[in-house]
Design a binder for this molecule. Structure first.
Ligand SMILES: [Zn+2]
Ligand SMILES: [Zn+2]
Length: 347
């Protein structure tokens, strides 16, 4: 996986649609009227996690689950998460104080990962209203060995995973599964590591976050053999059709939709959205990947959840801003909370 180091990050609260020759035009944010959850983002792969959190918090993302790969991601998320939130609180005060239409400085590429890479900001005076996303506990972590990295699995990696899973901020084991599109690890290694991690999810009584790419038959069969963890199974980034989604929801799986549900040629994915029971439907981004319409062409960020949420409303036949749409989105939000925001003893 790559970080999007080359993206310029604008220090403001606008959405910018990329045009040719480095030009952009502003995009109006859909007004949902209720909070949404980003159930799958790779915060530490973003150019600036604190800025991404500040923007998401401002735009109505109240809960987030960030994904850590046990082999390639290091300790940044576990070490810096609370700092990122604190920095985001300070940034948000400054962003909201910008005169309308005026952007602040552009962060230089590669400066954003460590909190000390951001410009120093004084804490804003009025901290009366603290956005929920920036409060302690509103960002949970899923950690696991991605199928891309299955060939690196060994006893030491398993020990590291077990140590990280004991952290009270961890809400799920993932993302794990099979990726036969890229085949970055041999398929037998992918299957073996998937089986091992299903067993660990059972042991820790944690939900499993699944990454399945061109391997749904084998992935489903392995889960049947090893048992679907009782704490829940989340099939992330669903981009197939109504026929495929059916067996997963019949087994009680949660299904999360992100950017692919918004793509212009993705009518079959939207048909799948209609097949998922209301209490199993989730929103996500997979930021920095899978940027939804109309923002395609730039790195995805958690704030983009609202574009996908707006599309899900439309697909289910609810006009944006209506009471039915708000009720629908509130159900999606509570699904995310139920699955991914269970309290755990702090390690
Ligand atoms: Zn994935
Ligand atoms: Zn992912």
């Amino acid at each position: 996986m790559t970080r999007f180091d080359d993206d310029l990050v604008y220090f403001d609260l606008l959405f910018r649609q990329p045009r040719r020759h480095g030009k952009w035009r502003p995009v109006e944010a859909p007004v949902l009227g209720v909070p949404v959850a980003d159930t799958h983002a790779h915060l530490q792969l973003l150019a600036s996690p604190p800025l991404a959190l500040a923007r998401a918090a401002h735009l109505g993302v109240d809960f987030l689950c960030t994904i850590v790969d046990v082999w390639e991601d290091g300790d940044a998320t576990f070490e810096h998460l609370e700092q990122w939130q604190a920095q985001a609180r300070a940034l948000l005060g400054q962003l909201r104080a910008l005169p309308a239409g005026e952007s602040g400085p552009v962060l230089l590429p590669g400066q954003g990962l460590a909190p000390e890479g951001l410009p120093a900001v004084a804490k804003s005076g009025a901290d009366a209203e603290e956005p929920p996303l920036l409060s302690p506990g509103a960002v949970r972590i899923a950690v696991g060995c991605h199928p891309h990295n299955a060939s690196h699995w060994d006893d030491a990696l398993e020990a590291r995973l077990r140590r990280l899973l004991a952290d009270g901020r961890v809400a799920a084991l993932g993302e794990v599964g099979l990726d036969y599109h890229y085949d970055f690890s041999p398929r037998d290694a992918q299957q073996d590591v998937f089986r091992r991690q299903i067993a660990i999810a059972h042991e820790f009584d944690l939900p499993l976050v699944l990454h399945m790419r061109e391997a749904h038959d084998e992935g489903f069969a392995i889960l049947e053999e090893e048992g679907f963890p009782e704490a829940g199974v989340l099939l992330h980034c669903f981009n197939l059709d109504a026929t495929e989604v059916r067996r997963w929801v019949e087994r009680g799986c949660y299904v999360a939709f992100g950017g692919p549900a918004t793509f212009k040629n993705a009518d079959e994915v939207r048909e799948a959205v209609r097949q998922v029971p209301l209490e199993r439907l989730l929103t996500e981004t997979d930021a920095p990947y899978m940027t939804p319409e109309p923002m395609r062409g730039i790195a995805c960020e958690p704030a983009h959840t609202i574009f996908t949420a707006a599309v899900l409303c439309a697909v289910r036949g609810f006009g944006l801003g209506t009471a039915q749409a708000q009720e629908f989105l509130a159900q999606l939000y509570s699904n995310a909370q139920r699955l991914l925001n269970r309290p755990r003893p702090l390690a």
